[in-house]
Design a protein around this ligand. Structure first.
Ligand SMILES: *Cc1c(COP(=O)(O)O)cnc(C)c1O
Length: 235
């Protein structure tokens, strides 16, 4: 039986190896443990094994989990789509949001963020494959949204997030990941307003973290490889 601690150790070893292969310093890529659909006990186990940052897709589920884990110093990242009626919960409970794809949502988050908590750290989600049913801005819209977000006082703009479709062809996969990295660097050198801290490329999951690290990802979001296969979920 695999424990969460041993699975985490394996994922960390994969990350270190990927960094070495990419000629990047080990430890340059941070690990977000995606705990969606898993209960507080699983998060507790991962925390006991040294994991502090957790990603969640479903807002209400996440807020309930946070309440059950309020005794632990965890960092919570929202990585799922956000409807307008959920922005107050997100602004009130999360530390990061990776899934910003509309100015209106960003404005609400900024307004609803309690200044005492410090700005919400945010990434813009890019729909890099231009899949019609996928969340995220089109790549050609990302720079304009970044410049608008960087001015919102309740937010600190950190970078881009992408969920590239799995591609069995390593060359095609590398090309897509490389396009996201190129966009990340282009926006970073486009003279963003002061206040932006453009340092995060959130890309790579259980199946493609090595390729993402090679392409330049700075944060991988890993669920299945840490917690196991998720039960089917209808929400
Ligand atoms: C579920 C999810 C992940 C984790 O995916 P795994 O394949 O289980 O590692 C990462 N990012 C997002 C946005 C997700 O929704």
């Amino acid at each position: 039986m695999t424990t969460i601690a041993s699975a985490l150790a394996l994922v960390r070893a994969r990350l270190d190896t990927a960094c070495l292969r990419a000629g990047r310093p080990v430890g340059e890529v941070s690990l977000l443990a995606v705990s969606k659909t898993f209960g507080p006990d699983a998060v507790r186990e991962a925390h006991a094994a040294g994991q502090l940052a957790f990603g969640e897709n479903y807002i209400q589920e996440a807020v309930d989990k946070m309440a059950a884990l309020a005794d632990l110093p965890l960092q919570w990242h929202c990585i799922g789509p956000i409807q307008s009626n959920k922005t107050r919960l997100v602004a009130g409970h999360f530390d990061w949001v990776h899934s910003i794809d509309r100015l209106k949502i960003a404005q609400r988050l900024s307004e609803q963020r309690d200044p005492a908590r410090g700005p919400l750290q945010v990434c813009i989600q890019v729909n890099v494959d231009a899949g019609p049913n996928k969340s995220g801005v089109r790549p050609d819209e990302a720079a304009a949204l970044a410049h608008a977000l960087a001015k919102l006082p309740g937010l600190c703009l950190r970078g881009l997030m992408a969920i590239p479709e799995p591609d069995p062809d390593p060359t095609a996969q590398a090309a897509v990941l490389g396009r996201v990295a190129a966009l990340f660097h282009a926006i970073g050198s486009s003279g963003l307003p002061a206040g932006a801290q453009w340092d995060t490329l959130s890309m790579g999951m259980s199946a493609d973290l090595e390729a993402a690290v090679l392409a330049g990802s700075t944060m991988v979001r890993v669920g299945t490889a840490i917690f196991g296969t998720r039960p089917a979920k209808s929400t």
